[in-house]
Design a protein around this ligand. Structure first.
Ligand code: DHK
Length: 146
C-alpha cells in the first residue's frame, strides 16, 4: 500500500479550541481520522504527524529519503510564511507535495501572504477547513496514479 506523509506545524495541535471562527471546531485528531478514512478508500496509508518545532518537521521531511512516501501533504502553520529551512528540505523531495491550509492565508494579514512552500507544491488547497485535507489526499492520489 502506498504511504503518504501528512505534516502539521505549530499550533495545529490546538485545533478545536484555537480561534474556531478561523480554523473550525474540529480537533487535529478529528482531521487525522478524516484523513485516514479518505486515504483508506483510495488505497493509501497515512503517516500523520504534528510538531511545534521546525527541526522535527525537517527531520520528518528527511525521512522521505529512507522511507518511501508517494507524496507529502503539509500544513506548516506559521512556518509556511517564514521557514527557508523547511523550503530547503522540501526542495530535495522528488515525490509530489501538496500545501494545505484550513484558512485562506492570502485573505488574511499581509504577513501570511508569502508562502515559502507554494513554489514547490504541485497544488495549494486553502480556505476549505478540515475538508481541505481530504481534498489534498484526493489531489495527491490523482497525481500519483497518473
Ligand atoms: C495555519 C496557521 O497556523 C497559520 O499560521 C497560517 C494556517 C494559516 C491554516 O490556515 O491552516 O497562517
Amino acid at each position: 500500500m502506498k504511504q503518504i506523509l501528512i505534516l502539521n506545524g505549530p499550533n495545529l495541535n490546538m485545533l478545536g479550541t484555537r480561534e474556531p471562527e478561523i480554523y473550525g471546531r474540529q480537533s487535529l485528531k478529528d482531521i487525522e481520522k478524516l484523513c485516514a478514512s479518505t486515504a483508506k478508500k483510495l488505497g493509501l496509508k497515512i503517516i500523520f504527524r504534528q510538531s511545534n518545532h521546525e527541526g522535527d518537521l525537517i527531520d520528518w521531511i528527511h525521512d522521505a529519503f529512507t522511507k518511501k512516501y508517494a507524496g507529502i501533504i503539509i500544513n506548516a502553520g506559521a512556518y509556511t510564511h517564514t521557514s527557508i529551512a523547511i523550503h530547503d528540505a522540501l526542495k530535495m523531495i522528488k515525490a509530489p507535495i501538496i500545501e494545505v491550509h484550513l484558512s485562506d492565508p492570502k485573505k488574511r494579514e499581509k504577513f501570511r501572504h508569502k508562502s515559502f512552500i507554494e513554489p514547490l507544491a504541485a497544488k495549494v488547497i486553502k480556505g476549505q477547513g478540515a475538508k481541505g485535507y481530504t481534498l489534498a489526499i484526493t489531489a495527491l492520489h490523482k497525481i500519483i496514479t497518473h
